[in-house]
Design a protein around this ligand. Structure first.
Ligand code: ADP
Ligand code: MG
Length: 339
């Protein structure tokens, strides 16, 4: 009798462990940074860790929102100079570095232009050429200084972290999880994807790359401990009365939404902030300049990229080629080598 009971409890115990969150993961879906976020964490302590990540991202959203009157960015934009937290100062410095490296394609001081187009409020207008000429005068990352934790802008300038905040949040999320011993998690912050470890079964995470022209994916990236971030004009845009479609990524030189041969740019790197910053920069730069940037890259952290062009090409750099499987056979795959 006792033996039977033992067997029964052992079996129950096994069933119980099999049904624990190891299978389903602790999932949190929430809205932050103007997008839908989803965090799935596996392993011991998953529930607590998922909560911690959600709280941290909400806190960063409060620090970095351009529209929230309580945010550090709002304070900075209102006064032109402000003492900010360590994480904000670090992100300003990072954005300025990538602005430099990308020849100003990424420029965190784009906000006056972006605001006038209405991309932050949803009240869209097409500014006149004169107005845009005046506004682009206010866009110049070289006029931003960071001294200790004090950020100072030039006259009339304003900052926006829209191109880097989600990437930075994904790095923070991954850091929290890794420090808590989590070995498997998937973080999707509105298309900014970060993977921690591999899937619970040990295989790589399969990350779909969206078809920028319609529904579904054009292919899949197999990643572990790596981020993938896509920028394109297909997710946030508006259509003017004359039918013209304007995307939310602005060419800082002209003040107009980017309209080049690219449909989307995906950056792949373990550094999520770098992915986010470069996906925007590369989308602005276009294919040739982006390839040049990749070839001459000497940052301490490397990156790979996947560009989808209006001409039907999927251009991928060699480091990511073996991680990518193309399913949309109407695209021609071209692998770029560094030599
Ligand atoms: P998403 O927000 O869709 O993930 P991105 O990471 O490419 O896309 O960021 C686009 C956002 O970055 C815009 O909504 C805007 O806030 C800001 N932005 C637009 N153009 C630029 C630019 N050239 N440099 C820096 N930030 C930009
Ligand atoms: Mg970006």
């Amino acid at each position: 009798m006792r033996k039977r009971l033992l067997v029964l409890s052992a079996a129950l115990c096994l069933m119980f462990t099999a049904c624990k969150p190891y299978d389903t993961g602790a999932e949190r879906d929430f809205y932050a940074m103007n997008t839908i976020m989803s965090v799935t964490v596996y392993g011991r302590g998953a529930e607590t860790c998922a909560d911690e990540v959600q709280q941290r991202i909400n806190k960063l959203d409060k620090l970095w929102s351009v529209t929230d009157e309580g945010s550090e960015i709002y304070a900075l934009n209102s006064s032109g100079s402000a003492a900010v937290s360590e994480e904000t100062a670090e992100l300003v410095k990072f954005a300025l570095r990538i602005a430099d490296r990308s020849g100003g394609a990424l420029d965190p001081t784009i906000y006056p232009v972006l605001k006038t187009w209405g991309f932050t409020t949803g009240e869209y207008t097409v500014p006149g050429a004169d107005e845009l000429a005046r506004l682009t005068e206010l866009v110049d990352h070289q006029k931003v200084t960071v001294s200790g934790n004090t950020v100072t802008l030039g006259e009339g300038m304003m900052l926006d972290f829209g191109a880097v905040a989600k990437g930075a949040a994904s790095d923070e999320a991954a850091r929290i999880l890794r420090e808590s011993g989590i070995q498997s998690a998937l973080i999707n912050l509105g298309g900014n994807v970060m993977t921690v470890g591999s899937k619970p079964d040990g295989s790589k995470w399969r990350i779909g790359v969206k078809d920028p022209t319609g529904e579904g994916n054009i292919g899949v990236l197999s990643l572990s401990d790596c981020a993938a971030v896509t920028s394109g004009a297909y997710e946030r845009y508006f259509q003017a009365e004359d039918g013209t479609v304007y995307g939310h990524i602005i060419d800082p030189e002209s003040g107009y939404p980017v309209d080049n041969e690219l449909l989307s740019a995906t950056i792949i790197s373990p550094n999520g902030t770098l992915c986010d910053a470069l996906s925007t920069a590369v989308f602005v730069m276009g294919t040739d300049k982006a390839e040049e940037l990749w070839r001459s890259w000497d940052g301490e952290e490397d990156f790979d990229m996947l560009l989808i062009t209006k001409g039907g090409e999927a251009i991928i750099t060699e480091g990511a080629a073996e991680l990518f499987s193309l399913s949309n056979k109407s695209l021609t795959l071209k692998v770029v080598e560094r030599q």
